[in-house]
Design a protein around this ligand. Structure first.
Ligand code: TA6
Length: 260
């Protein structure tokens, strides 16, 4: 497949040790978390969507506007039903521009009788020269579940969040926009999200990095995960209804000012 490169795709982090064998999610990029966030009694952690083969509804194609569009989908199969007995159809439409990447997700429940519930999250890995220098806006005042401290709940008091140690937090009801400073080449990244109430911030730091086989011991300073999701509470989808969520990533120059 053609590889499209832009300043947005260059801003994503992939581990030097990433393995793409179809058995587990690649360490980097934007793994698609569905229908479960985190450990799962019935199947692989973070669900099956990041390990199964997706259908290509529309191969990446340049539109007259210059944008590149691609559409992918998954639906229930014998395999998915063996883990999660729900009928579903999920579409994933991507629009790539030089400095922007748009993600439009639709989840549909085709059943006539059965309701299902799910989590959804885009586990985005950003490439950064030094994670300690990144600042993340849009989290001030939000409660968060701290997975590094027995899932205790705290409230964020900082206007901008920095990451200087093992961090694994689910921020709840976050602002619809985050700016992350000092991503690759010192640029800023704008993350805009719709119907994704939560934002997960993760970096395993040195010690935890050693426990991740497909992640180099010295790579933790060069990535930060800022993940738009619906994970604190499940989405409940009634028969015959659909749920939509979207995200836009936009590369800004290092000279663009932070909001407010
Ligand atoms: O989104 C953060 C997180 O759930 C962390 O708890 C951490 O384990 C990370 O994802 C990576 O998970 P993975 O299954 O890809 O190793």
């Amino acid at each position: 497949m053609t590889r499209f490169s832009s300043s947005i795709t260059d801003s994503l982090y992939f581990s030097k040790q990433a393995v793409f064998d179809g058995k587990k999610a690649i360490r980097g990029g934007i793994p698609f978390v569905f229908p479960q966030f985190g450990a799962w009694t019935f199947g692989p952690p973070h669900g099956f969507a990041r390990i199964i083969r997706w259908n290509v509804e529309k191969s990446p194609e340049r539109l007259p506007s210059g944008d590149i569009e691609a559409i992918f989908s998954i639906m229930d199969s014998e395999f998915t039903r063996s883990l999660w007995n729900s009928q579903f159809r999920l579409t994933y439409r991507l629009i790539l521009r030089e400095k922007e990447l748009h993600f439009n997700i639709g989840v549909y429940n085709p059943s006539r009788e059965d309701t299902f519930s799910f989590n959804l999250l885009l586990h985005t890995y950003f490439k950064v020269p030094d994670v300690r220098r990144c600042q993340i806006t849009g989290l001030h005042g939000c409660t968060f579940v701290d997975k590094t401290r027995d899932n205790q709940i705290f409230q964020e008091g900082r206007d901008v969040v920095t990451v200087c140690e093992w961090t694994d937090r689910i921020y709840q009801n976050t602002q619809p926009e985050h700016i992350i400073t000092n991503v690759v080449s010192g640029r800023k990244m704008r993350v805009q999200k719709y119907n994704f109430p939560d934002t997960v911030v993760w970096n395993p730091w040195q010690e935890k990095a050693r426990d991740i086989p497909d992640f180099g011991d010295d790579e933790f300073p060069n990535m930060i995960c800022v993940e738009s999701g619906h994970v604190s509470s499940p989405v409940i989808l009634l028969p015959g209804t659909a749920f939509e969520a979207s995200q836009i990533l936009q590369v800004l120059s290092k000279f663009d000012l932070l909001p407010g």
